[in-house]
Design a protein around this ligand. Structure first.
Ligand code: ADP
Ligand code: MG
Length: 696
């Protein structure tokens, strides 16, 4: 059998794996022999040191090597309850081992056989004994599979017990040839002192006895490191290659910047830019003047002032006769951006249009024609903007606000239309360092680290439901001062109807009983967009005092007079989401409050989250914490976000290995050292294993 066919052997063809077990393994993501090798144990236990039986003490885990002196199956008075007892002895003494309801052991553990026993030593009125210990009959040597060595533990896979998995892995490894071809370049292996592939597989499942169990459980032995590096490296080669190929593309129109354009930009500025904004503008404009398309992420905390930076970039494009598409994640936001931009460009000669999913058909038709003719210069909208029916006359720049809502797919859509505009992504959710090494590693990043002057930090309160009256008093005080408030209700998809009902009831209750002298309105995702618009306008204009909303206000809306953000069921929200919500207030000169109301009992996890949020306003550390608490998958919520499905590595645990893989992959690609075989292999892997779209 060739190596390839061995590795791709479906697990159901292995000895002892029937259809049911194969199905369970498959559900756990294990289809082939290769999957078995690359799914590392999740922990290791040292069962290598045999203790003399006479030295055993109660309450410890111990391994002993001895002989079965006698064995007996006892049936208790409780109907059908069976205990199998065996006495195991070594030169120093003997100990009883008992197994509950495992009568079949009578056929396996027969007198005179040598055996290794591992488990907890217990003491009761009958003396010292092992209760339900692990056992393994000793054949030639004692370096067994389940005992007598450092033993691997695997995530449970349905009916497949850890012992069975262990045995499967052992069998599969034993069938490997002594030398395995290595996909990692030899030069790289030598320089980074990477363990050979065969040894890496073997020793990360069945470590030699001299290995350190602590190091194993930290996943830092040379063998484990090599396995993790391999996976990360293949992943990073894909990114490095994608970046490399896109850097060879040329854009059809390259903007120029001269004094006339600088003066035009200065004219629209309603305020002085912060140092961070100035730097970001410079980096973006420098990119726009390059022959290759810009591919830049603008990061800045909520309220940092990203919009004006994007608008200046848009102005540069338009002054060069190019069109700009400005996309926002929701219609409300698109509408708000549109309003702001129209105001700022009031005196310019550029035509700004709004195009969303709810633009009426006739209007849409006219707009499409204007976009195609080029008479529309800046088009603000939702993802409807990259729909294939729209043809741009001369699209030069695409701005995507809150980009992880859009992700890779939209970029691909643009490319598929043969468009290679400059792309500027904006996000208020800082990208944790690890994720910055994955999908984002293809982007250049600008950061706005400062906030516009005159902002007062928001005060955060974490309050239990029982203090609701106090919270209402705080809201009332703010309203009496002329401020406004948001009340946010979580919307859980599965129970959207119920949640919507409770949000509606809440709005009614607040209006009728709690704040009868103020105006309360409800805003939710199911409303028609003109109804939403009307409410948003009324709130922005101060005619509505309390806006009860589901999370649609989550990103971007800007109402400086609002000074209270009250979050109901705060325990249900993720950390970054809460941070975003908090960012809706604190935009004016007054003190603002964010109240996180929770329903007891809360989980430890929820407590952690709310405390973390109350203790810092630094979006960057909040994002790191969020990633730790929720894991990379949930952090962005979608697969499209470029978070790979990993087999051996763990993004949170193995960050430095990812950094190293990132460095090395880029080096190899930029030095032209990437061979065709490796590239082809990676191209397959990207789809199959990481679940990501093609390398390009
Ligand atoms: P975000 O980065 O969250 O998108 P916005 O662009 O919505 O932030 O800006 C938040 C608010 O700050 C807006 O009202 C905007 O007009 C204001 N702003 C932005 N930059 C400055 C600045 N340099 N000086 C004063 N106000 C600013
Ligand atoms: Mg914004």
């Amino acid at each position: 059998m060739t190596l390839d066919s061995l590795l791709s052997t479906p697990l159901q063809f292995l000895k002892g794996v029937g259809p049911r077990k194969a199905a369970d393994l498959k559900r756990a993501g294990l289809l082939t022999v290769e999957d078995l090798f690359y799914r590392l144990p999740f922990r290791y236990e040292d069962r290598s040191r045999m203790q003399p039986i006479a030295s055993l003490r109660p309450g410890v885990k111990a391994a002993v090597l001895g002989e079965i002196k006698s064995a007996r199956l006892a049936i208790t008075r409780r109907r059908g309850f069976k205990i199998f007892n065996a006495i195991v002895g070594d030169a120093s003494g003997a100990i009883r081992c008992s197994w509950m309801n495992q009568a079949f052991l009578a056929d396996i553990l027969q007198p005179h056989l040598p055996v290794v026993i591992f488990g907890d030593v217990k003491l009761d009125s009958t003396g010292l004994h092992f209760l339900n210990p692990e056992y393994e009959l000793v054949t030639e040597d004692i370096s067994g599979v389940h005992t007598g060595r450092i033993v691997p533990f695997y995530e449970k896979a349905g009916s497949v017990t850890p012992n069975m998995q262990r045995k499967l892995v052992r069998h599969a490894i034993d069938r490997l040839p002594a030398e395995l071809p290595d996909i990692l370049p030899a030069e790289l292996r030598a320089r980074l002192h990477l363990v050979a592939r065969r040894a890496a597989i073997d020793e990360s499942h069945f470590p030699p006895n001299e290995a350190s169990v602590d190091q194993l459980n930290a996943f830092r032995t040379p063998a484990q490191r090599r396995m993790i590096f391999e996976e990360f490296f293949l992943f990073q080669i894909g990114h490095a290659w994608r970046r490399h190929t896109s850097s060879m593309e040329l854009k059809p129109f390259v903007p120029l910047v001269d004094d006339r354009i600088r003066a035009a930009a200065a004219k629209i500025l309603p305020f002085k830019l912060t140092a961070g904004q100035r730097q970001a503008v410079k980096e973006i404009v420098d990119d726009m003047r390059q022959a290759q398309p810009m591919h830049r992420l603008l990061q800045g905390d909520v309220g940092a002032g990203k919009t004006i930076v994007a608008l200046l970039a848009a102005l540069v494009a338009m002054e060069n006769g190019l069109q700009v598409a400005f996309m926002a994640p929701t219609e409300i936001l698109a509408g708000q951006h549109y309003g702001n931009i129209v105001r700022l460009l009031f005196q310019s000669r550029f035509r700004v249009d709004l195009l969303t999913g709810s633009t009426p058909g006739l209007k849409k038709h006219t707009l499409h024609a204007q976009i195609e003719r080029g008479t529309s210069n800046l088009i603000v909208g939702t993802h409807a903007l990259v729909q294939d029916t729209i043809r741009f006359h001369k699209l030069g720049l695409v701005i995507i606000d809150e980009q992880h809502r859009f992700g890779v797919a939209q970029r691909a859509a643009l490319r598929a239309k043969g468009l290679r505009p400059d792309v500027l992504l904006m996000t208020a959710t800082p990208i944790p360092r690890t994720l910055a090494l994955t999908d984002y590693s293809e982007l250049d990043v600008s950061k706005i680290a400062d906030l516009p002057p005159g902002r007062t930090p928001v005060r955060t309160w974490v309050k239990p439901e029982s203090r609701r009256d106090e919270v209402y008093q705080l809201v009332r005080d703010e309203l009496d001062r002329g401020r406004q408030a948001y009340v946010i209700y979580p919307l859980v998809e599965e129970s959207e109807k119920i949640d919507l009902k409770s949000a509606t009831e809440m709005a009614d209750h607040l209006q009728a009983e709690v704040f009868p002298f103020y105006r309360v309105a409800l805003l939710h995702g199911r409303m028609k967009s003109d109804a939403k618009d009307r409410i948003m306008h009324a709130f922005a204009g101060g005619q509505i005092h309390i806006l009860v909303s589901t999370t649609v206000v989550e990103v971007g809306v800007d109402v400086p007079n609002a000074s209270v953000m009250l979050v109901e069921h705060a325990e249900r929200f993720g950390l970054s989401q809460l941070h975003q919500l908090r960012g809706r207030v604190g935009r004016g000169p007054w003190q603002s409050h964010c109240v996180l109301l929770y329903q007891a009992p809360w989980t430890d996890d929820a407590r952690e989250r709310l405390k973390a949020l109350a203790s810092t306003s630094d979006g960057f550390s909040i994002a790191e914490r969020d990633l730790e608490l929720r894991g990379p998958g949930d952090f962005f919520g979608t697969r499209q976000s470029g978070v790979p499905q990993l087999r051996t590595g763990d993004l949170a645990r193995d960050r430095e290995i990812m950094e190293e893989a990132h460095r090395e992959a880029r080096r190899i690609v930029s030095e032209g050292g990437l061979n065709a075989e490796l590239l082809q292999f990676v191209q397959q892997r990207w789809q199959q294993q990481f679940g990501l779209i093609e390398v390009g």
